[in-house]
Design a protein around this ligand. Structure first.
Ligand SMILES: Cc1cc2nc3c(=O)[nH]c(=O)nc-3n(C[C@H](O)[C@H](O)[C@H](O)COP(=O)(O)OP(=O)(O)OC[C@H]3O[C@@H](n4cnc5c(N)ncnc54)[C@H](O)[C@@H]3O)c2cc1C
Length: 445
């Protein structure tokens, strides 16, 4: 099977690249072994919440990219450049919006805070429609007269009294009354399992029933008024939750704020679902549930060309493309694996970058105020995101997203932004390469 581009991995990075390839008319396949980090994410896209230079919180990411590019040339954002980051983020927002998911940032283009499951504030850049965007200077907090946090009876993954306690500790919320309210569904009484075992996805199944949905909505109406901000766990739909949130909003007239719960995060799954449908609807070939095991290389003398890849399910039938994009993620998705002495990229054994001795790879405490160094380790690439194997550049392979070295997606809040902008930029380069190849062929014909 021959393609223009094969993308390995179906997270934010992989799907972004694959959709962009299809938009350029390239015959594209995605091979992906499983769930992406989106199933664990907030469903908001972080662009740059903290400076990689001094770790301080940033209000406006757009003022930082040029400074960052000069100081940290190995950072993926430095390789993409601020102009292309802006093009990439605009493209991503429009692509999602035209496929049913309108995410937005503040009109100022600053970062905003979102209220988390624990009642803390997390800085991010792009959020979904039912996520309240709090300005970094809290100037729009005056719009909120009261906060009502909704407990779903028996659901362990959102504990409003903990969220309430934490939010009340924040001086910015000192003048806003906060209360909790409990909601129960009659369907819980009919279950042959303990409702305490329910995850968000189980409750979303119950709420598909019209009677249960109406019961839930009516209880919300008893608990809150349109003046309130109603904080509820994300429990609507499995991919299609936004339609149900619109329906809930229409029915109740309430101002709703969804918080992602413990995995599976329905807000993250919503993004993955939109990207997956967009890719398939545009004619992409999706090999979901298959794992890329390795590749066959042509030795060009000092450089390599990836000829084909083999997968677990396809057996002897190798997949062939002109270009390959590796978006297999970080340790979380097994795009990288760590042993006692080294960090390894398991599919092609690409060159990786680590810093310091093994005992310096992480902080002593998991929840540390200092960044864990291992989160910045990954595959080392040149300025075009081309990796190498034992120093030999692989000309037609590009790496994007969380597999890359040189940045810390968690400490500096830039995971989604790096995934999208590296995907966008790599595809632009592939397209430019294919165009010049075509021109050369035409000239020599
Ligand atoms: C717990 C957690 C929460 C996060 N929350 C946020 C957030 O809220 N906002 C944000 O912006 N960033 C967040 N991040 C950062 C996140 O890493 C990036 O935002 C982004 O999701 C990374 O996307 P990716 O596509 O590069 O990798 P991933 O999402 O990890 O996707 C990798 C894909 O590759 C596939 N794969 C791996 N190996 C193979 C193989 N051999 N063959 C085929 N397929 C393979 C996997 O199955 C998966 O589909 C979070 C990270 C973590 C770990």
């Amino acid at each position: 099977m021959n393609y223009d581009v094969i993308v390995i991995g179906s997270g934010v990075a992989g799907y972004s690249a694959a959709i962009k390839c299809l938009e350029h008319g390239l015959k594209t396949a995605v091979v992906s072994s499983g769930q992406s980090a989106l199933h664990f994410s907030s469903g908001s896209i972080d662009l740059l919440s903290h400076s990689p230079l001094n770790h301080q919180m940033i209000d406006n990411p757009w003022t930082e990219f040029d400074v960052l590019s000069k100081a940290l040339p190995q950072h993926p954002y430095a390789k993409v450049g601020s102009k292309n980051i802006r093009l990439a983020m605009n493209w991503y927002q429009q692509m999602l919006a035209s496929n049913g998911l309108a995410m937005s940032s503040l009109p100022s283009s600053n970062n905003h805070f979102r209220i988390t499951t624990l009642g803390t504030l997390k800085s991010t850049w792009l959020s979904q429609p039912y996520v309240e965007k709090i300005a970094p200077d809290f100037s729009n907090l005056s719009e909120i007269k009261r906060i009502v946090m909704i407990a779903v009876d028996g659901f362990r993954d959102f504990q409003p009294h903990i969220a309430l306690g934490n939010l009340q500790l924040n001086p910015a919320f000192k003048d806003i009354p906060i209360k909790t309210a409990k909601i129960s569904l009659t369907a819980f009484g009919q279950l042959n399992r303990n409702p305490y075992d329910l995850r968000s996805i189980d409750i979303s199944r119950l709420l598909r029933d019209e009677t249960q949905f109406t019961e839930f909505a009516n209880q919300l109406l008893k608990a809150a008024t349109p003046e309130d901000l109603v904080v509820l766990p994300s429990i609507m739909g499995n991919g299609d939750g936004l339609e149900l949130m619109h329906k809930l909003s229409r029915y109740t007239g309430l101002r709703l704020h969804e918080v992602p719960t413990m995995p599976p995060s329905l807000l993250g799954i919503r993004i993955e679902d939109v990207m997956m449908r967009t890719f398939v609807n545009k004619g992409g070939v999706l090999h979901k549930g298959d794992e890329v095991l390795g590749g066959q290389f042509e030795d060009l003398g000092g450089a390599l060309n990836l000829m084909s890849i083999q997968t677990k399910k396809m057996g002897d039938m190798n997949l062939i493309a002109k270009n390959y994009i590796l978006a297999s993620g970080s340790f979380f998705s097994k795009g990288l694996i760590a042993n006692q002495n080294a960090i390894k990229e398991p599919i092609f054994d690409l060159d990786t970058e680590v810093a310091g001795a093994r005992n310096e790879w992480h902080q002593h405490d998991f929840f540390s105020s200092k960044p864990h160094p291992f989160l910045s380790f990954g595959v080392v690439t040149d300025k075009n995101f081309t990796p190498s194997i034992r120093g030999n550049k692989v000309n037609n392979l590009h790496c994007i997203g969380a597999i890359l070295s040189g940045y810390n997606p968690i400490a500096h809040g830039c995971g989604g932004g790096v995934a999208i902008s590296t995907a966008y930029w790599v595809v632009e380069q592939i397209v430019a390469g294919l165009r010049s190849e075509l021109l050369m062929k035409e000239a020599s014909a």
